[in-house]
Design a protein around this ligand. Structure first.
Ligand code: S3P
Ligand code: PEP
Length: 428
């Protein structure tokens, strides 16, 4: 149990560089592993999820060294991975699991994937079924982990994705690299495109059509190791953007944050709600980055739906918190994917926000929140539900309450942001 900081006497103030992007750190290891030569990742995210990816690739025979946040991957090429003598432990990481399934489906050996209790409840058929259309031989346990993958020669497909998911898309891209012919994938909505951008940087041939939805992958590329600095994680910066917006008297600057437009839904939402936010982008050759300055503001309510969700999927608990302080009724719909994250995030947010007396109504695919109702703490013991993002949003919510609150499972922040509470203290 952790005692949370309650309402501060003054606002949040100062500058902060948040840790590296989780999605990009995972992909850096994976693409580095299947490239020829050395890949160096600077500002790598050393959270539990990314360390699960690092350990899994070491077990697949890839030499990888880490010195604090610098990781060196000695690539073995697309055909150089080796069977692991024991099951590969995915820990809590959905991204590691789904992407590695696509990669291992085309290898010349068999693999077994296991994970923790939360990950073992999350759906895996969304990946095994489309991979099966490419000839993959994957057995799940009732659609879940443990999963066994018997590597096969894969063949190309023309596939329409059934869920708006960058993890499913990326699994199919990694499988398509090993197919016999070019593969075409069509997304339902644009989702984060780090795999496409990074694959291009490593020498792969992948194109996205003018519709932004149709992706063509050329098979059997010669990938070459790269050196890259991982941008700050927008999904981590988001906690402090929301804290600074809501705690009166705040002004903070978050340095070198990734500004890929498939990830910046929260910036658009905060602006539409009347937030005080300025963005100073920096010129780059790779992923766009910039500095974000946020000041506190009085917020208006917002309505967001299906099309808005992918660019803000991991920040939706924070959108709910913004809504809980806005001067009207907000509606968040089309977000049923939240029910299959580390916990059912819709149910967890509703349960925990009700403990703070927030007027929140649960919908099958989101929430309705009336920010005009004053908060009244009904239960001071909050629960992260073993979910890093729920734990962190509750850590920010506590700053809006002037009585002591406790947090159960606070340690879950190690999954994506081990230094979260220390970094929050720096700004307080
Ligand atoms: O591809 C990725 O790196 C991720 C994709 C998203 O998941 P879905 O693909 O399930 O939407 C996101 O929620 C997750 O944190 C990271
Ligand atoms: C859903 C998340 O991650 P993953 O799917 O990789 O477990 C997340 O980080 O919020």
């Amino acid at each position: 149990m952790r005692a949370l900081k309650s309402k501060p006497a003054t606002g949040l103030y100062g500058e902060l560089t948040v840790p590296g992007d989780k999605s990009i750190s995972h992909r850096g290891i994976m693409l580095g592993a299947i490239s020829e030569g050395t890949t160096t990742l600077t500002h790598f995210l050393t959270s539990a999820d990314c360390l699960s990816t690092l350990a899994a690739f070491q077990q697949l025979g890839v030499p990888i060294e880490r010195n604090e946040t610098t990781v060196t991957v000695h690539g073995v090429g697309l055909h150089g991975l080796k069977a692991s003598p024991k099951p590969l432990d995915m820990g809590n990481s959905g991204t590691t699991t789904r992407l590695i399934m696509g990669l291992l489906a085309g290898q010349s050996f068999s693999s077994t994937l296991v994970g923790d209790a939360s990950l073992s409840k999350r759906p895996m058929k969304r990946v095994s079924e489309p991979l099966a259309t490419m000839g993959a031989d994957i057995t799940t346990t009732d659609g879940h982990l443990p999963v066994t993958i018997n590597g096969q020669q894969l063949h190309a497909v023309n596939y329409q994705l059934k869920v708006a998911s960058a993890q499913v898309k990326s699994a199919l891209i990694l499988a398509a690299l090993q197919a016999d012919e070019p593969t075409t994938l069509t997304e339902l909505l644009p989702t984060r495109d780090h795999t496409e951008r990074m694959l291009t940087a490593f020498g792969g041939e992948i194109t996205t059509g003018d519709d932004g939805l149709t992706i063509t992958v050329q098979p059997q590329p010669q990938l070459t190791g790269q050196s890259m600095t991982v941008p700050g994680d927008m999904s981590s910066a988001a906690f402090f953007m929301v804290a600074a917006s809501l705690v009166p008297g705040s002004q903070i600057t978050l340095k070198d944050v990734g500004l890929n437009k498939t990830r910046t839904g929260l910036l658009a939402i905060l602006k539409a709600m009347g937030g005080h936010l300025s963005v100073e982008s920096e010129p780059t050759t790779g992923e766009p980055i910039g500095d974000l300055t946020v000041q506190s503001a009085d917020l208006k309510p917002i309505s967001i739906g299906k099309e808005d969700i992918p660019a803000v999927i991991d920040e939706l608990p924070l959108v709910a918190l913004l809504a809980a302080k806005a001067n009207g009724v907000s509606r968040i719909t089309g977000a049923e994917e939240l029910r299959v994250k580390e916990t059912d995030r819709i149910s967890a947010i509703v349960t925990e926000f009700k403990k703070l007396g927030i007027a929140i109504e649960e919908l099958p695919d989101g929430f309705v929140i009336d920010g005009r109702q004053p908060w009244h703490v009904a239960d001071p013991v909050l629960d992260a539900h073993n979910d890093h993002r729920i734990g962190m949003v509750l850590g920010i919510a506590a700053l809006l309450v002037d009585q002591p609150l406790q947090l159960k499972d606070a340690d879950s922040v190690r999954i994506s942001y081990p230094e979260f509470f220390d970094d929050l203290d720096k700004l307080l």
